[in-house]
Write a protein that binds this ligand. Structure first.
Ligand code: URA
Length: 233
């Protein structure tokens, strides 16, 4: 198997980034820094990336998790907080695709497919992201229209979004919002910009994928059609 494919299959990074890492001298085969981008890995070769031995995973896995609040979207947390990878069954090394805040719940993809993950996180593949939000106060139709048209979230004006006001009580409003970008804490910053801070946030959709009835804290494997869909986008 060609070296860049081997590195991607180990879940380290994409093939393109693997080529860069080879050029930067970060890849060793049998203890020697590799210079040949076209090298084919042989049976018995020891491949190291940044000094760590890697082996291709037997198979790619793709999970959809309903992330609970109180979990960090990462494979490791310096502060020792629980991480989303702890919620994936089986002993397979996976990493999250994209990010949900510590206090956000909902749909998160986890995989060991470095190639797909890099592709999905590239800005040219921005999926629609659908969130259910509880915000403080009663959001008027005019405020919702402002949110949908685009608001300044601090040096950045958001592009048009879909906003649906679902219901409200005395002190809060439930709204569904679909955004097409993925700036850090974007939904929270958008509602804050119209004076209605988010108190609860759940991602319910990502492109065509939906959280459905999956319970919080549970994950399921993506079906072949769903994986195909992500690869095709
Ligand atoms: N927007 C946010 O503010 N937080 C998230 O976790 C995701 C989108």
């Amino acid at each position: 198997m060609r070296i860049n494919k081997y590195i991607a299959a180990a879940g380290v990074t994409s093939r393109r980034k693997a080529d860069e890492m080879i050029t930067e001298g970060k890849v060793k085969v049998n203890g020697v820094v590799l210079t040949n981008l076209g090298y084919h890995v042989e049976e018995g070769d020891v491949v190291e990336v940044n000094g760590i031995r890697i082996e291709p995973e037997e198979k790619m896995v793709y999970y959809l998790l309903n992330k609970p609040t109180g979990y960090v979207t990462s494979t490791y947390d310096k502060e020792g907080r629980p991480t989303v990878v702890e919620l994936v069954p089986d002993n397979i090394r996976v990493f999250p695709v994209g990010r949900l805040d510590y206090n956000t719940s909902g749909l998160l993809i986890l995989t060991n497919d470095g190639e797909l993950s890099n592709k999905l996180m590239h800005p040219s593949h921005e999926f629609d992201k659908k969130y259910l939000a509880r915000v403080s106060g009663i959001v008027s139709r005019a405020e919702a229209a402002k949110l949908a048209a685009g608001v300044d979230i601090g040096g950045f004006v958001t592009s048009p979004a879909e906003v649906e006001l679902i219901r409200h009580d005395k002190n809060s409003t439930i709204a569904m919002i679909t955004i097409h970008e993925g700036k850090n804490r974007q939904v929270r910053r958008m509602f804050k910009a119209i004076g209605h801070p988010v108190t609860e946030l759940t991602r319910v959709g990502l492109g065509k994928l939906e959280i459905g009835k999956l319970a919080v804290g549970q994950c399921r494997k993506l079906g072949p059609a769903e994986v195909e869909y992500l690869k095709r986008v």
